[in-house]
Design a binder for this molecule. Structure first.
Ligand code: DOR
Ligand code: ZN
Ligand code: ZN
Length: 396
């Protein structure tokens, strides 16, 4: 018995263009994109709506295991679904950090039992887990922290960084300022390409530009695109920190010019009490990333094409997520159906993240996801989050 879904009358994003077509989904995959009718178990009328590939957030901290008072795979995936995100790649700075294949396997089974969206993992690295890094399979990347942040995963020794890059298929690196340059130099020597997390300054963009994109993929976060250091309160504190207006403009220019490859939320939830009482860094963002960028498309600060490249296609390509990121025959039926005219304020009390707040509280945004679909199953429907069994990413 096959399970079918028919999405009708939508404006479908295919190959960089919008086409008014219908999509037939069978058993979680895209079976046919066409003009015409079909019989199906379930139908969605998407007239006046944009149908985009489900968004992929390549950078989230869902805090399992060990820090589940901030977030867990259930609440994190609810927030993702509400934000039009159908796959997430989760970071290893949990408690304990994901430094062994055994710990990775435990994390995968936790996510499999709780997540309503699909999920993959960045493996952790330390001064002495090289053998684990070499043998780790079915991961998006190896994460290296070249600057201190949440969790004690800092690696300062360049030899060790070099060995980890050498032992990995691809590394995802938190490296700020001069450390970003160091990471680029090391990867140039090794002739390996890496993923530079959350670029935030003009200098970092210069380093990326000098390299001509040969050895580096660059990510930017919505908080660095929309907020600056004067917005800084204890709540809105993160690593890398917010920068000034000219840095912020340079990020937008580079995003539009194609120097930046992806938009990752760096969803890093902490409770309000933790933020108030001490030095904790990070802000939640998986739920607001797509609405904020849709608003930017409405305001003509970004093309829809760049949005889809940086939020759907490139994360899938860079991390080799099989059958994800595109609306194409045979691909997973992961979609976000968007109402570009819907206007609403982001509000702390409507956030699904367990931490219950957003650095964008009060922002008026036009362009919102109305339905999120993971492999043919609706996981978010007009404000409601639905039950579903998310699956581990298959890597190509
Ligand atoms: O602000 C941050 N928070 N930066 C990071 O690199 C980690 C993150 C976290 O996990 O809280
Ligand atoms: Zn980071
Ligand atoms: Zn992060």
């Amino acid at each position: 018995m096959s399970d079918t879904l028919f999405i009708q009358n939508g404006m479908i994003y295919i190959d960089g263009r919008i086409a008014r077509k219908n999509i037939l989904v069978e058993n979680g995959s895209i079976k046919k994109i066409f003009v015409g009718k079909a019989v199906a178990d379930e139908k969605i009328n998407a007239s006046d709506m944009l149908v985009l590939p489900g968004s992929i957030d390549p950078h989230v901290h869902f805090r399992e295991p060990g820090l589940t008072h901030k977030e867990d795979f259930r609440t994190g995936s609810f927030a993702a679904a509400a934000g039009g995100v159908t796959s997430v790649l989760d970071m290893p700075n949990t408690k304990p950090p994901t430094l062994t294949r055994k710990l990775l396997a435990e994390k995968i089974s936790l996510a499999a039992s709780k997540s309503i969206v699909d999920f993959g993992f960045h493996f952790g690295s330390s001064a002495d887990n090289l053998q684990e890094v070499e043998k780790a399979r079915d991961i998006a990347s190896t994460k290296i922290f070249m600057d201190a942040s949440t969790g004690n995963m800092l690696i300062q020794d360049e030899d060790i960084v070099s060995k980890i890059i050498g032992a990995s298929r691809i590394c995802t690196i938190h490296a700020e300022g001069r450390n970003a340059r160091k990471a680029i130099e090391i990867s140039e020597k090794l002739k390996k390409k890496f993923y530079l997390c959350h670029v935030s300054t003009q200098n970092e963009l210069e380093y990326v530009k000098e390299n001509g994109g040969k050895n580096v993929f660059a990510e930017v976060t919505p908080h660095h695109l929309f907020l600056i250091e004067t917005d800084q309160s204890k709540l809105i504190r993160m690593k890398p920190s917010l920068k000034n207006e000219s840095d912020r403009r340079a990020l937008w220019d580079s995003l539009n010019a194609g120097l930046i490859d992806t938009i990752g939320s760096d969803h890093a939830p902490h409770t309000i009490e933790e933020k108030d009482s001490g030095d904790v860094y990070g802000v939640p963002g998986v739920e607001t990333r797509l609405p904020l960028m849709l608003d930017a498309v409405n305001k003509r600060r970004l093309t829809l094409r760049r949005l889809v490249e940086t939020m759907c296609e490139n994360p899938a390509k860079i991390f080799r997520l099989k059958n994800k990121g595109f609306i194409k025959k045979g691909y997973d039926a992961d979609f976000v159906i968007v109402d570009m005219k819907a206007q609403k304020k982001i509000r702390n009390d409507e956030m699904r993240t367990k931490c219950g707040w957003s650095p964008f509280d009060g922002f008026e945004v036009r362009g919102w996801p109305v339905k999120t679909i993971v492999r043919g199953k609706i996981v978010f429907d007009d404000g409601d989050v639905m039950k579903n069994k998310g699956r581990g990413i298959v890597y190509g």
